[in-house]
Design a binder for this molecule. Structure first.
Ligand code: SF4
Length: 389
Protein backbone atom coordinates (compact mmCIF):
# COMPACT_ATOMS: atom_id res chain seq x y z
CA UNK A 1 0.00 0.00 0.00
CA UNK A 2 1.24 3.50 -0.76
CA UNK A 3 1.11 5.86 2.17
CA UNK A 4 1.55 9.57 2.83
CA UNK A 5 5.00 10.93 2.24
CA UNK A 6 6.27 12.34 5.50
CA UNK A 7 9.26 14.30 4.32
CA UNK A 8 11.98 14.33 6.92
CA UNK A 9 9.93 11.79 8.83
CA UNK A 10 11.20 8.90 10.86
CA UNK A 11 8.73 6.10 10.27
CA UNK A 12 11.35 3.37 10.09
CA UNK A 13 12.61 3.85 13.61
CA UNK A 14 9.44 5.31 15.09
CA UNK A 15 8.47 2.99 17.92
CA UNK A 16 4.88 2.55 18.93
CA UNK A 17 4.02 3.69 22.43
CA UNK A 18 2.94 0.30 23.66
CA UNK A 19 6.13 -1.46 22.56
CA UNK A 20 7.94 -3.00 25.52
CA UNK A 21 11.23 -1.39 26.35
CA UNK A 22 14.09 -3.46 24.93
CA UNK A 23 16.13 -5.08 27.66
CA UNK A 24 19.34 -3.43 26.46
CA UNK A 25 17.91 0.06 27.06
CA UNK A 26 16.85 -0.61 30.60
CA UNK A 27 18.32 1.57 33.33
CA UNK A 28 20.97 0.00 35.54
CA UNK A 29 19.40 -1.96 38.35
CA UNK A 30 19.46 -0.57 41.87
CA UNK A 31 20.60 -2.94 44.56
CA UNK A 32 17.53 -3.31 46.74
CA UNK A 33 17.06 -6.55 48.57
CA UNK A 34 13.97 -8.35 47.23
CA UNK A 35 12.58 -9.72 50.49
CA UNK A 36 9.77 -12.27 50.24
CA UNK A 37 6.41 -11.12 51.50
CA UNK A 38 6.17 -12.01 55.19
CA UNK A 39 2.41 -12.48 55.26
CA UNK A 40 -0.08 -15.26 55.67
CA UNK A 41 -1.12 -15.44 52.01
CA UNK A 42 -4.28 -17.39 52.70
CA UNK A 43 -5.48 -14.93 55.35
CA UNK A 44 -4.60 -11.87 53.23
CA UNK A 45 -6.40 -13.27 50.19
CA UNK A 46 -9.43 -13.86 52.41
CA UNK A 47 -9.40 -10.23 53.62
CA UNK A 48 -9.07 -9.09 50.02
CA UNK A 49 -11.98 -11.22 48.82
CA UNK A 50 -14.24 -9.96 51.65
CA UNK A 51 -13.35 -6.36 50.94
CA UNK A 52 -13.87 -6.82 47.20
CA UNK A 53 -17.37 -8.24 47.62
CA UNK A 54 -18.39 -4.94 49.30
CA UNK A 55 -16.23 -2.38 47.53
CA UNK A 56 -15.99 -3.56 43.91
CA UNK A 57 -17.15 -1.00 41.37
CA UNK A 58 -20.10 -2.01 39.25
CA UNK A 59 -18.37 -2.11 35.86
CA UNK A 60 -20.02 -3.47 32.73
CA UNK A 61 -17.37 -6.16 32.09
CA UNK A 62 -18.10 -7.49 35.59
CA UNK A 63 -21.82 -7.88 34.89
CA UNK A 64 -21.47 -10.45 32.16
CA UNK A 65 -18.27 -12.50 32.32
CA UNK A 66 -17.05 -13.98 29.08
CA UNK A 67 -13.66 -14.53 27.52
CA UNK A 68 -14.51 -12.17 24.66
CA UNK A 69 -15.74 -9.38 26.94
CA UNK A 70 -12.64 -9.76 29.13
CA UNK A 71 -10.30 -9.58 26.12
CA UNK A 72 -12.02 -6.39 24.96
CA UNK A 73 -12.03 -4.71 28.38
CA UNK A 74 -8.44 -5.69 29.17
CA UNK A 75 -7.24 -4.38 25.81
CA UNK A 76 -9.03 -1.08 26.38
CA UNK A 77 -7.88 -0.68 29.98
CA UNK A 78 -4.18 -0.91 29.11
CA UNK A 79 -2.88 2.64 29.55
CA UNK A 80 -6.39 4.13 29.58
CA UNK A 81 -8.51 5.34 32.50
CA UNK A 82 -11.72 3.47 33.37
CA UNK A 83 -13.84 6.60 32.80
CA UNK A 84 -12.71 6.82 29.19
CA UNK A 85 -13.07 3.10 28.62
CA UNK A 86 -16.68 2.84 29.82
CA UNK A 87 -18.46 4.51 26.86
CA UNK A 88 -16.01 3.05 24.35
CA UNK A 89 -16.50 -0.49 25.72
CA UNK A 90 -20.29 -0.34 25.41
CA UNK A 91 -20.08 1.22 21.94
CA UNK A 92 -17.55 -1.39 20.79
CA UNK A 93 -19.65 -4.35 21.95
CA UNK A 94 -22.76 -2.91 20.38
CA UNK A 95 -20.91 -2.66 17.08
CA UNK A 96 -19.04 -6.01 17.45
CA UNK A 97 -21.12 -8.17 19.79
CA UNK A 98 -19.29 -11.42 19.02
CA UNK A 99 -15.85 -12.68 18.11
CA UNK A 100 -17.16 -13.44 14.61
CA UNK A 101 -18.43 -9.89 14.17
CA UNK A 102 -15.06 -8.46 15.18
CA UNK A 103 -13.01 -10.91 13.11
CA UNK A 104 -15.05 -10.21 9.97
CA UNK A 105 -15.32 -6.42 10.30
CA UNK A 106 -13.41 -4.02 8.03
CA UNK A 107 -10.31 -2.76 9.84
CA UNK A 108 -11.52 0.81 9.28
CA UNK A 109 -14.67 0.15 11.31
CA UNK A 110 -12.62 -1.31 14.18
CA UNK A 111 -10.31 1.70 14.19
CA UNK A 112 -13.27 4.07 14.17
CA UNK A 113 -14.78 2.28 17.16
CA UNK A 114 -11.51 2.72 19.03
CA UNK A 115 -11.64 6.49 18.64
CA UNK A 116 -10.90 8.32 21.88
CA UNK A 117 -8.83 5.50 23.41
CA UNK A 118 -5.52 6.02 21.62
CA UNK A 119 -2.83 3.32 21.30
CA UNK A 120 -4.52 1.94 18.20
CA UNK A 121 -2.22 -1.01 17.92
CA UNK A 122 -4.37 -2.58 20.65
CA UNK A 123 -7.40 -2.48 18.34
CA UNK A 124 -5.49 -4.15 15.51
CA UNK A 125 -4.19 -6.82 17.85
CA UNK A 126 -7.65 -7.43 19.24
CA UNK A 127 -9.07 -7.99 15.79
CA UNK A 128 -6.13 -10.25 14.89
CA UNK A 129 -6.77 -12.22 18.10
CA UNK A 130 -10.44 -12.63 17.10
CA UNK A 131 -9.35 -14.01 13.73
CA UNK A 132 -6.96 -16.47 15.45
CA UNK A 133 -9.68 -17.58 17.87
CA UNK A 134 -11.99 -18.32 14.93
CA UNK A 135 -9.32 -20.11 12.93
CA UNK A 136 -7.45 -22.04 15.63
CA UNK A 137 -9.80 -22.35 18.59
CA UNK A 138 -13.15 -22.98 16.91
CA UNK A 139 -14.46 -19.54 17.89
CA UNK A 140 -14.05 -20.17 21.64
CA UNK A 141 -11.68 -17.99 23.67
CA UNK A 142 -8.97 -20.30 25.05
CA UNK A 143 -9.28 -20.95 28.79
CA UNK A 144 -5.65 -21.21 29.91
CA UNK A 145 -3.05 -18.50 30.26
CA UNK A 146 -0.62 -20.62 28.22
CA UNK A 147 -2.97 -20.71 25.22
CA UNK A 148 -4.15 -17.14 25.65
CA UNK A 149 -0.56 -15.93 25.41
CA UNK A 150 -0.39 -17.29 21.86
CA UNK A 151 -2.95 -14.69 20.71
CA UNK A 152 -1.72 -11.45 19.09
CA UNK A 153 -1.32 -8.66 21.64
CA UNK A 154 -1.99 -10.90 24.65
CA UNK A 155 0.89 -10.83 27.13
CA UNK A 156 1.41 -12.41 30.50
CA UNK A 157 -0.80 -9.92 32.33
CA UNK A 158 -3.84 -10.13 30.01
CA UNK A 159 -3.55 -13.91 29.73
CA UNK A 160 -3.50 -14.24 33.51
CA UNK A 161 -6.39 -11.82 33.95
CA UNK A 162 -8.68 -13.59 31.47
CA UNK A 163 -7.69 -17.11 32.58
CA UNK A 164 -8.14 -16.41 36.29
CA UNK A 165 -11.06 -13.98 36.35
CA UNK A 166 -13.22 -15.64 33.69
CA UNK A 167 -12.10 -19.28 33.81
CA UNK A 168 -10.81 -19.64 37.40
CA UNK A 169 -7.30 -20.77 36.51
CA UNK A 170 -4.61 -20.28 39.18
CA UNK A 171 -2.79 -17.72 37.07
CA UNK A 172 -1.12 -14.63 38.48
CA UNK A 173 -1.44 -11.07 37.22
CA UNK A 174 0.73 -8.03 37.82
CA UNK A 175 -0.15 -4.57 36.58
CA UNK A 176 0.93 -1.23 38.06
CA UNK A 177 -1.72 -1.40 40.78
CA UNK A 178 -0.86 -4.94 41.84
CA UNK A 179 2.89 -4.24 41.85
CA UNK A 180 2.36 -1.20 44.06
CA UNK A 181 0.19 -3.03 46.61
CA UNK A 182 2.59 -5.99 46.82
CA UNK A 183 5.63 -3.72 47.18
CA UNK A 184 3.98 -1.77 49.99
CA UNK A 185 2.85 -4.90 51.79
CA UNK A 186 6.51 -6.02 51.87
CA UNK A 187 8.01 -2.51 52.21
CA UNK A 188 9.99 -3.35 49.09
CA UNK A 189 11.64 -0.10 47.93
CA UNK A 190 12.64 -1.52 44.53
CA UNK A 191 12.00 0.33 41.29
CA UNK A 192 9.13 -0.35 38.92
CA UNK A 193 10.37 -1.65 35.59
CA UNK A 194 13.58 -3.15 36.95
CA UNK A 195 14.02 -6.81 36.20
CA UNK A 196 14.64 -8.06 39.73
CA UNK A 197 11.75 -6.04 41.12
CA UNK A 198 9.37 -7.14 38.36
CA UNK A 199 10.36 -10.79 38.84
CA UNK A 200 9.75 -10.42 42.57
CA UNK A 201 6.22 -8.99 42.04
CA UNK A 202 5.32 -11.90 39.75
CA UNK A 203 6.59 -14.41 42.32
CA UNK A 204 4.48 -12.86 45.07
CA UNK A 205 1.43 -12.62 42.79
CA UNK A 206 1.83 -16.32 41.97
CA UNK A 207 1.97 -17.19 45.67
CA UNK A 208 -1.20 -15.17 46.17
CA UNK A 209 -3.03 -16.84 43.24
CA UNK A 210 -1.87 -20.31 44.32
CA UNK A 211 -3.14 -19.98 47.87
CA UNK A 212 -6.38 -18.07 47.26
CA UNK A 213 -9.71 -19.85 47.38
CA UNK A 214 -10.74 -18.02 44.21
CA UNK A 215 -7.67 -16.72 42.33
CA UNK A 216 -9.76 -14.59 39.96
CA UNK A 217 -11.42 -12.74 42.82
CA UNK A 218 -8.13 -12.11 44.60
CA UNK A 219 -6.43 -10.93 41.42
CA UNK A 220 -9.24 -8.52 40.68
CA UNK A 221 -9.36 -7.40 44.32
CA UNK A 222 -5.63 -6.58 44.30
CA UNK A 223 -6.11 -4.44 41.20
CA UNK A 224 -9.16 -2.75 42.68
CA UNK A 225 -7.38 -2.05 45.97
CA UNK A 226 -4.55 -0.40 44.06
CA UNK A 227 -7.00 1.65 42.01
CA UNK A 228 -9.26 2.80 44.85
CA UNK A 229 -7.37 2.65 48.16
CA UNK A 230 -3.64 2.01 47.82
CA UNK A 231 -3.26 4.72 45.20
CA UNK A 232 0.05 5.93 43.88
CA UNK A 233 0.33 9.25 45.70
CA UNK A 234 -2.18 8.95 48.57
CA UNK A 235 -2.65 5.46 50.03
CA UNK A 236 -5.69 5.54 52.29
CA UNK A 237 -4.44 3.07 54.90
CA UNK A 238 -7.30 3.79 57.28
CA UNK A 239 -9.75 2.25 54.78
CA UNK A 240 -7.48 -0.63 53.81
CA UNK A 241 -8.38 -4.21 54.68
CA UNK A 242 -4.66 -5.14 54.70
CA UNK A 243 -3.42 -2.49 57.11
CA UNK A 244 -2.53 -4.98 59.85
CA UNK A 245 -0.40 -7.00 57.38
CA UNK A 246 1.32 -4.07 55.71
CA UNK A 247 5.03 -3.46 56.35
CA UNK A 248 4.95 -0.31 54.20
CA UNK A 249 2.26 1.19 56.40
CA UNK A 250 4.19 0.17 59.53
CA UNK A 251 7.28 1.96 58.18
CA UNK A 252 5.27 5.16 58.08
CA UNK A 253 5.51 6.51 54.51
CA UNK A 254 4.05 4.00 52.03
CA UNK A 255 3.55 6.64 49.31
CA UNK A 256 7.32 6.46 48.70
CA UNK A 257 7.08 2.75 47.81
CA UNK A 258 7.96 1.54 45.19
CA UNK A 259 10.41 3.80 43.37
CA UNK A 260 8.81 5.15 40.17
CA UNK A 261 9.83 3.83 36.79
CA UNK A 262 12.92 5.57 35.40
CA UNK A 263 11.93 7.86 32.55
CA UNK A 264 13.72 7.23 29.25
CA UNK A 265 14.97 10.01 26.96
CA UNK A 266 12.14 11.88 25.19
CA UNK A 267 12.17 12.96 21.57
CA UNK A 268 10.49 16.09 20.26
CA UNK A 269 8.96 16.06 16.78
CA UNK A 270 6.99 18.64 14.83
CA UNK A 271 3.95 17.72 12.76
CA UNK A 272 2.98 20.42 10.26
CA UNK A 273 -0.61 19.69 9.37
CA UNK A 274 -2.43 21.31 6.46
CA UNK A 275 -6.22 21.44 6.64
CA UNK A 276 -7.89 21.45 3.25
CA UNK A 277 -11.68 21.50 3.11
CA UNK A 278 -14.07 21.24 0.17
CA UNK A 279 -17.86 21.18 0.19
CA UNK A 280 -18.14 19.80 3.70
CA UNK A 281 -15.28 17.33 3.26
CA UNK A 282 -11.70 17.25 4.48
CA UNK A 283 -8.73 15.88 2.58
CA UNK A 284 -7.17 12.97 4.49
CA UNK A 285 -4.12 10.83 3.86
CA UNK A 286 -3.27 7.50 5.41
CA UNK A 287 -0.29 7.40 7.79
CA UNK A 288 2.49 4.84 7.31
CA UNK A 289 1.67 1.28 8.32
CA UNK A 290 4.25 1.27 11.12
CA UNK A 291 5.01 3.63 13.97
CA UNK A 292 2.96 6.31 15.65
CA UNK A 293 -0.77 6.16 14.74
CA UNK A 294 0.10 3.46 12.21
CA UNK A 295 -2.34 3.20 9.29
CA UNK A 296 -4.66 5.90 10.63
CA UNK A 297 -5.84 8.96 8.73
CA UNK A 298 -4.63 12.54 8.99
CA UNK A 299 -4.68 15.73 6.92
CA UNK A 300 -1.64 16.10 4.63
CA UNK A 301 1.31 16.43 7.00
CA UNK A 302 5.03 17.01 7.04
CA UNK A 303 6.98 15.67 9.98
CA UNK A 304 10.33 17.15 10.98
CA UNK A 305 12.73 17.69 13.86
CA UNK A 306 12.49 21.48 13.52
CA UNK A 307 9.76 24.03 12.86
CA UNK A 308 9.28 24.70 9.13
CA UNK A 309 8.40 27.98 7.42
CA UNK A 310 5.29 27.87 5.13
CA UNK A 311 7.51 27.80 2.00
CA UNK A 312 9.51 24.81 3.29
CA UNK A 313 6.28 23.10 4.24
CA UNK A 314 4.78 23.49 0.74
CA UNK A 315 8.01 22.17 -0.81
CA UNK A 316 7.95 19.00 1.29
CA UNK A 317 4.21 18.39 1.30
CA UNK A 318 2.79 15.54 -0.80
CA UNK A 319 -0.32 17.52 -1.76
CA UNK A 320 -0.98 20.19 -4.37
CA UNK A 321 -1.32 23.54 -2.58
CA UNK A 322 -0.21 27.02 -3.59
CA UNK A 323 -0.36 28.75 -0.28
CA UNK A 324 -0.78 27.78 3.38
CA UNK A 325 -1.84 30.03 6.23
CA UNK A 326 -0.61 29.17 9.70
CA UNK A 327 -3.57 28.84 12.03
CA UNK A 328 -2.86 30.30 15.43
CA UNK A 329 -3.47 27.05 17.23
CA UNK A 330 -0.25 25.13 18.00
CA UNK A 331 -0.51 22.44 20.60
CA UNK A 332 1.53 19.70 22.14
CA UNK A 333 0.60 16.05 22.52
CA UNK A 334 2.64 13.77 24.79
CA UNK A 335 3.03 10.11 23.94
CA UNK A 336 5.00 7.61 26.02
CA UNK A 337 8.34 8.50 24.44
CA UNK A 338 7.66 11.69 22.48
CA UNK A 339 6.50 15.25 22.67
CA UNK A 340 4.61 15.84 19.43
CA UNK A 341 4.11 19.50 18.54
CA UNK A 342 1.25 20.13 16.12
CA UNK A 343 1.51 23.19 13.87
CA UNK A 344 -1.83 23.73 12.22
CA UNK A 345 -2.08 25.32 8.77
CA UNK A 346 -4.88 25.81 6.33
CA UNK A 347 -4.96 25.93 2.53
CA UNK A 348 -7.92 27.50 0.71
CA UNK A 349 -7.63 25.04 -2.16
CA UNK A 350 -5.68 21.86 -2.60
CA UNK A 351 -5.55 18.49 -4.30
CA UNK A 352 -4.25 15.08 -3.22
CA UNK A 353 -0.56 14.34 -3.81
CA UNK A 354 0.80 11.52 -5.90
CA UNK A 355 2.58 9.39 -3.32
CA UNK A 356 -0.04 8.71 -0.69
CA UNK A 357 -3.43 7.10 -0.24
CA UNK A 358 -5.95 9.95 -0.09
CA UNK A 359 -9.67 10.52 0.32
CA UNK A 360 -12.08 13.38 0.76
CA UNK A 361 -13.98 12.48 3.91
CA UNK A 362 -17.27 14.11 5.09
CA UNK A 363 -16.78 16.37 8.09
CA UNK A 364 -20.02 15.16 9.61
CA UNK A 365 -18.81 11.52 9.64
CA UNK A 366 -15.47 11.82 11.43
CA UNK A 367 -16.47 9.07 13.86
CA UNK A 368 -16.55 6.57 10.99
CA UNK A 369 -12.85 6.67 10.24
CA UNK A 370 -9.69 6.00 12.25
CA UNK A 371 -8.45 9.36 13.53
CA UNK A 372 -6.28 9.99 16.58
CA UNK A 373 -7.59 12.35 19.27
CA UNK A 374 -5.33 15.27 18.35
CA UNK A 375 -6.19 14.89 14.66
CA UNK A 376 -9.88 14.80 15.45
CA UNK A 377 -9.49 17.95 17.52
CA UNK A 378 -7.75 19.92 14.81
CA UNK A 379 -9.96 18.71 11.94
CA UNK A 380 -12.98 19.88 13.89
CA UNK A 381 -11.69 23.38 13.22
CA UNK A 382 -13.00 22.98 9.69
CA UNK A 383 -16.51 22.78 11.06
CA UNK A 384 -16.23 26.38 12.18
CA UNK A 385 -18.30 28.72 10.01
CA UNK A 386 -16.47 29.86 6.89
CA UNK A 387 -13.62 27.38 7.14
CA UNK A 388 -14.96 24.30 5.38
CA UNK A 389 -13.86 25.37 1.89
S1 SF4 B 1 -2.12 -0.40 54.42
FE1 SF4 B 1 -1.79 1.39 53.15
S2 SF4 B 1 0.12 1.04 52.10
FE2 SF4 B 1 -0.53 -0.93 52.94
S3 SF4 B 1 -1.64 -1.90 51.24
FE3 SF4 B 1 -3.14 -0.80 52.48
S4 SF4 B 1 -3.35 1.23 51.56
FE4 SF4 B 1 -1.49 0.27 50.74
Amino acid sequence: MVTCNHSGALPANLTVMTSPEPASSRAPETEIEQKPLAIDFRAVSGHLADWFSDAARDLPWRQHRSGYHALVSEAMLQQTQVDRVLPAYLRFLERFPTIEALANAPEEAVMASWQGLGYYRRARNLQAAAVRILEDFGGEVPRTARELKTLPGVGRYTAGAVASIVFGERAAIVDGNVARVLARLAANHGRLGERTFDAWTWEQAELMANTARDPGVVNEALMELGALVCTRHAPDCERCPLQADCAGHAEGDPARIPEPRQAGPRKRIHLHVVLIGREGRVLLCRRPGRGLWAGMWEPPTVESDVILEPGQLIERLDAEVEMVHPVEETFEHRTTHRDVVFHVHQADVGEPGSKGEYLWHPLDALDEIGLSNPHLRLINRLREPGLSG
